[in-house]
Design a binder for this molecule. Structure first.
Ligand code: SDX
Length: 422
């Protein structure tokens, strides 16, 4: 197909800007030579209309509610793979065969121990520290214990580091939880697969052996798959930006953890549960909170609702809502928060304020109810999101350094004082 252009007419000059088309039909204006040819830059605060890179990892269609990892719809991945196979797909571009899956699983097991000196770091955090703050600090400290992994590292160094980050983050998360409840930490076991190992580290105890429930393992695999990547979201953009300065991978990931912890991003899953608990405490008055969310004078937002890209039901939320209902029935749990969540959804989806703004439940709306049913405390919900997103972040970092990306350095439009005004 011949090159397509868009014409820009400015200052009596006509400039042709090339168009680029994605493999799923998106169209973009290539402005990489705009400043050189016109002296102008574009401005797009929060990058609402700006593609920051070319990527082969994840595709989202926000209008149709489609999400694919490496071209495979998430519905198929949830149905047919475990989390580590989807992680392998994101990291390597294809699903692993049996040999590759076993090799990756062994790499995760071999790299699951935290350096013993790092175990004592937990003693120095104030009691009650939020696990996301602990995890970000520990992740950054990691780079002092392990050799740097940066754009000059060999391929296998990156594979080992990806496995080490995914596996030790899982160990650190369980250690942080055990420390927070004053129980002895439980070490990873060589004979348990990824998700079962995590649950065992979280809930096993010398006086109360944990019985691994296959239903819990299955739904945890599914939740981690659904959270594993989401193209250029805030935290992935942070990872790509920090990584573009050739910061080592361990510290680059700690930047992603910091970004994800925000309540507008990954922190929303905890904020949803706090919101639902508040509504239950307030007598379950759903309409009062829907009205508050619509009130411009109120800072209250319906957490777990709305999305920058999805202008229809988040396909992840659709799957999580179904799994949530089924799982609670399987576990014979009757959680009033689920009833309130469903009433909120029903009311909002029939209210013009939400309809006009294309506000639907997103990935965070129901996920916390499942984590609660597993026995995971609310302040660990965003840690679960980060655990899932690690392969996505690392895949984007690999793609960014592999494409010889230049350091990220956007321009600005200055509107401050001029020298004449001083
Ligand atoms: C994640 O980007 C990703 O892919 C992220 C993520 C991933 O996998 O990485 O999907 C994970 O972060 C999901 C989002 C979790 N956050 C929340 O649930 C927090 C609540 N949602 C909102 O704060 C909001 O919807 C955002 C942050 C998610 C999106 O915000 P935008 O795109 O900047 O939209 P906006 O704030 O400009 O809102 C547009 C309009 C506004 O009203 P008007 O000014 O046009 O009258 O919609 C309103 C907003 O006030 N609005 C809401 C609302 N979300 C948007 N009103 C009430 N409740 C809400 N939740």
């Amino acid at each position: 197909m011949s090159q397509e252009y868009a014409k820009l007419v400015y200052n009596g000059k006509e400039v042709e800007l090339p168009l680029v088309r994605g493999t799923m039909g998106e169209v973009a204006l290539d402005i990489s030579h705009l400043r050189k040819e016109t002296g102008m830059v574009t401005i797009d605060p929060s990058f609402m209309n700006t593609a920051s890179c070319y990527s082969k990892i994840t595709f989202i269609d926000g209008e149709k509610g489609i999400l694919c990892y490496r071209g495979i719809p998430i519905e198929k991945l949830v149905e047919n793979t475990r989390f580590i196979e989807t992680a392998y797909l994101l990291l390597h571009g294809k699903l692993p065969n049996v040999e590759q899956s076993d090799k990756f699983s062994n790499l995760l097991t071999e790299n699951s121990l935290l350096h013993e000196d790092m175990r004592h770091f937990f003693d120095r955090f104030p009691r009650g520290s939020h696990p996301m703050s602990i995890m970000g600090t520990m992740q950054n400290a990691f780079s002092t214990f392990y050799s740097n992994v940066d754009s000059l590292s060999l391929k296998e160094a990156i594979d080992i580091s990806a496995a080490r980050i995914m596996s030790t983050f899982r160990t650190m998360a369980a250690f942080a939880y055990k420390r927070s409840i004053g129980e002895p930490v439980v070490y990873p076991r060589h004979d348990l697969p990824f998700c079962a190992n995590f649950l065992n580290m979280m809930f096993d105890s010398p006086v109360r052996p944990y019985e691994i429930n296959p239903n819990v393992v299955k739904i945890l695999n599914s939740l981690l798959i659904l959270h594993a990547d989401h193209e250029q979201n805030c935290s992935t953009t942070a990872v790509r930006t920090v990584g573009s300065a050739q910061v080592n991978l361990y510290s680059t990931i700690s930047a992603g953890i910091a970004a994800l912890s925000g309540p507008l991003h990954g922190g929303a899953n905890q904020a949803v549960i706090e919101m639902l608990q508040r509504i239950v405490r307030d007598g379950g008055n759903v309409k009062k909170y829907i009205d508050r969310a619509k009130d411009k004078n109120s800072s209250f937002r319906l957490m777990g609702f709305g999305h920058r890209v999805y202008k229809t039901y988040d396909p992840r939320a659709r799957l999580i809502k179904k799994q949530c209902d089924d799982f609670l029935k399987q576990m014979s749990i009757n959680d009033p928060l689920l009833d309130v969540a469903m009433q909120l959804e029903e009311t909002a989806l029939n209210d013009n304020y939400f309809i006009e703004r294309n506000l639907y439940p997103n990935v965070d709306f129901y996920s916390g109810i499942i984590y609660r049913a597993m026995g995971i405390p609310e302040n660990m919900f965003t840690v679960m999101f980060a655990l899932a997103r690690l392969p996505g972040w690392i895949a984007h970092w690999k793609e960014m350094i592999g494409s010889k990306t230049k350091i990220t350095r956007p321009r600005q439009i200055y509107i401050g004082k001029t020298p004449k005004q001083n």
